[in-house]
Design a protein around this ligand. Structure first.
Ligand code: SF4
Length: 290
């Protein structure tokens, strides 16, 4: 199996546009907006209008850092969209921006990807990759996890947080893979979700990333947040969001859409400060509260 390493955002060539850092530092000297709200520039009406669409009460029209007379604006100053973003256009733009979108976990076998995905719960991929660099050497196969001293395994995965639960889950998962699937990671959703520590999101990651099988769409916190902001769903539960997305997208887009939305959410449409002015979705996004 090929190793998936490196940040696909750095991919150059083809249609990929490398990620550019959002503007930082003091406001520009000119009166041009550049997403800085001042006497010369009014904030986008997108957020309050979007809140009204979503049935939420209005709130102050700006979000961002109050900087005396000016407020740094994370939202667009272009006219607000009032409709949900058209998902076919969303997917087109995702394919142009992230043609090789992949999960950013390091792995070289389906088993390694399964372990890394279990460890990635409420932890950054970067930290998981630091941990698995050693872990995958010390525990190369499911048999090694199954036979491991649990206390040792706990220490090995400790930096990923919730380490007792995760170590227990990984060991139980290894034993189930050995006992029920002859040591091979299963290739169906029905079988994968029987494994300890594996829910639908983890199963989708393994199926799509390791096997290229489209049984669903990866929905993590990033996909959930960005999908709601773009009006692609009003649901809050992962499986319901996934269902909405699966109904709206053709199956051939499922394996690309999830990882691409993860990248958009992780680097542009971030939880605290979405960079709408830098975002490829800005012309079609209603910028709903999420
Ligand atoms: S998807 Fe882009 S335009 Fe829409 S809210 Fe997120 S950052 Fe803003």
């Amino acid at each position: 199996m090929p190793s998936r390493r490196g940040n696909p955002l750095n991919t150059v060539g083809g249609l990929c546009r490398p990620y550019t850092e959002p503007r930082r530092g003091p406001p520009p000297a000119s009166n041009a907006c550049n997403h800085l709200i001042s006497k010369d520039c009014q904030p986008s009406s997108a957020i309050p209008r979007a809140r009204a669409l979503a049935g939420s009460p209005p709130r102050p029209a700006t979000r961002g850092r109050d900087d005396g007379g000016a407020v740094e604006c994370n939202v667009s100053s272009t006219p607000a969209m009032t409709e949900p973003a058209p998902i076919d256009e969303v997917q087109l733009r995702l394919r142009q921006q992230y043609p090789e979108a992949r999960y950013e976990l390091d792995w070289s076998t389906p088993w390694e990807l399964l372990v890394a995905t279990i460890l990635a719960a409420r932890c950054t991929d970067e930290r998981v990759n630091r941990v698995t660099k050693t872990l995958f050497t010390d525990y190369p196969e499911p048999a090694a996890y199954a036979a491991a001293d649990l206390a040792d395994l706990e220490q090995a995965v400790r930096p990923t947080g919730a380490y007792k639960t995760k170590a227990k889950a990984v060991q139980a998962c290894a034993r189930a893979v050995l006992d029920q699937f002859d040591g091979q990671v299963p290739r169906t959703m029905e079988q994968l979700v029987t494994l300890p520590g594996v829910a639908r999101k983890t199963a989708n990651v393994v199926l799509a990333t390791a096997f290229g099988i489209a049984e669903g769409i990866i929905v993590d916190v990033h996909v959930a947040r960005v999908s709601r902001r773009m009006g692609l769903t009003t649901q809050t539960k992962g499986e319901r969001i996934e269902k909405d997305l699966m109904q709206a997208l053709p199956r051939e887009d499922w394996t690309h859409f999830g990882p691409a939305m993860v990248l958009l959410g992780r680097y542009v449409c971030t939880a605290r400060a979405p960079q709408c002015g830098e975002c490829i979705m800005e012309p079609l996004c209603p910028q709903l509260e999420a």
